[in-house]
Design a protein around this ligand. Structure first.
Ligand SMILES: Cc1cc2nc3c(=O)[nH]c(=O)nc-3n(C[C@H](O)[C@H](O)[C@H](O)COP(=O)(O)O)c2cc1C
Ligand code: SF4
Ligand code: SF4
Length: 429
């Protein structure tokens, strides 16, 4: 069995599965039950000046029979007194000395306030700190959370203030509500961050009730934007992790968050550069025990791959992620339909006809049966037919050996410039 333990910037954990700062980490009772279930770490529900939460605060987007494809909330940070949280952190750490407990923090952008809270939480024995510069609602209107996180200089300054007094590793949690997350990640590093985590939630409005015309959720008939998370945001989170992982100026480890609910998701985030991961929505949906399947699945996967430690996954796919200009323009795949698995639903034909390159022909075979066949010379390999096909194994995307040497857009542009107008653009391919 492989070693699942990780070390994220000096924070040690028996496995890479951490609970994200959110309702499941609100109390010592919950975190201790989570550790008993198998979670390796927990980022405590964000501490700060206690606030008042609204009643009615969550909403979900159910899509085509899948409940909670996306989750939306307008909850703020902890509404429990700091002393109570600190006492429970102390007790939990005492009971689980080998598990990782990270205190998530959010205060006003004031050096004195940061110094004060850091000293108080470190005194109860946390293994690290996570600075919440990501919450997009409520606290942002008061100049904290995402409002701070959208200003790179402020992220750098606040991180530096924390580092002036912190004795444990400092993770900076980033907001996805920004054009280029690497800019803020770099500033966090400049401020002295030991690690970064991403993503917090994405600005969202879950819906509008078409009968009452109220927003979903609403508080007595009035709504406000919330934060979106859950399976729907995973591709966004994964790309942000990948962007930071491949950025040479972002030299610190990454804790990956956003839409993770299975061991396969964990493997994907780690391959894309995360040292460990955090989960919120999947636990809110299914409870702490989902970690059992995640641990088993990850163990089996690592054994199958012959890997002795989960850390061997970290960043292995990063070099395979680059810019569009570095992709081989001469690489070619085509769709091929396997008659024996096709259920003749015609979805691929409609998709190719209406939304792609009109290259799936309807033919009649020797037995007089209607069959679909791809005209490979016209297929651009867009994948659409295989995406919409409901039958497993009915469409394969096949790489073609076309004899053309690899050529990227960037290489092509260099060649055109060096030819200095001797050949037309169309001739260079
Ligand atoms: C109801 C709710 C409350 C949350 N509260 C916090 C919080 O206090 N601090 C924080 O840093 N993130 C908070 N988050 C964000 C999560 O920690 C996490 O970044 C986000 O939900 C994405 O992960 P997921 O897709 O696994 O849910 C909250 C999320 C939800 C759904
Ligand atoms: S891959 Fe695209 S172009 Fe080719 S057959 Fe399918 S839908 Fe048509
Ligand atoms: S979508 Fe798939 S199952 Fe349906 S006709 Fe096309 S190949 Fe057959």
């Amino acid at each position: 069995m492989a070693d699942l333990s990780i070390d994220l910037a000096g924070i040690k954990s028996p496995n890479p599965f951490w609970l994200a700062s959110a309702p499941p980490t609100n109390t010592g009772y919950q975190v201790q039950r989570a550790f008993e279930a198998g979670w390796g770490g927990a980022v405590w529900k964000t501490l700060g000046d206690p606030i008042i939460n609204t009643s009615s605060r969550f909403a979900a987007v159910h899509f085509n029979g899948q409940r909670v494809a996306g989750f939306n909330n307008i909850e703020l940070i902890t509404d429990r007194p700091l002393e109570v949280n600190l006492k429970e952190i102390y007790e939990t750490k005492k009971r689980f000395p080998n598990h990782a407990i990270i205190a998530s923090l959010m205060v006003e952008p004031s050096q004195a306030k940061w110094h004060e809270i850091v000293k108080r939480v470190e005194a109860v024995g946390v293994d690290g700190l996570e600075l919440n510069f990501g919450c997009p609602h409520g606290m942002a209107e008061r100049g904290m959370g995402a409002a701070s996180g959208q200003q790179p200089d402020l992220v750098q300054a606040q991180t530096a203030w924390v580092k002036e007094v912190a004795t444990t590793p400092v993770i900076v949690k980033l907001t996805p509500n920004i054009t280029d997350i690497t800019v803020v990640a770099r500033h966090a590093v400049k401020g002295g961050a030991d690690a970064i985590s991403m993503i917090n939630t994405i600005n969202s409005l879950a819906g509008v009730d078409i009968h009452s015309w109220n927003t979903i959720p609403h508080v007595g008939g009035q709504g406000a934007h919330g934060g979106y998370c859950g399976p729907a945001v995973k591709p966004i989170a994964l790309s942000m992790v990948a962007e930071c992982a491949r950025d040479r100026a972002v030299t610190v480890p990454i804790s990956g968050i956003g839409g993770i609910s299975t061991w396969q998701d964990v493997v994907e985030f780690m391959l894309m550069g995360a040292t460990g991961i955090q989960v919120c929505t999947a636990v809110m949906h299914h409870g702490f025990r989902i970690v059992e399947e995640m641990i088993d699945g990850l163990n089996n996967y690592l054994d199958d791959k012959g890997l002795a430690s989960v850390t061997e996954l970290i960043g292995k796919s990063v070099s395979r992620y680059s810019n569009w200009g570095d992709l081989d323009l001469n690489y070619q795949v085509v769709a091929r339909i396997n008659e024996e698995n096709c259920i003749n639903c015609n979805k691929c034909h409609i998709a190719c006809e209406d939304a792609s390159h009109q290259c799936i022909d309807m033919l009649t075979n020797a037995e007089g049966k209607a069959v679909l066949q791809v005209r490979e010379e016209d297929c651009v390999g867009c994948n659409l037919c295989s995406i919409v096909c409901p039958a497993d194994g009915a469409i394969d995307m096949i790489p073609l050996e076309n004899g053309a040497a690899p050529l990227t857009w960037n290489e092509r542009q260099k060649v055109i410039q060096s030819l200095n107008g001797t050949y037309s653009e169309a001739e260079v391919m």
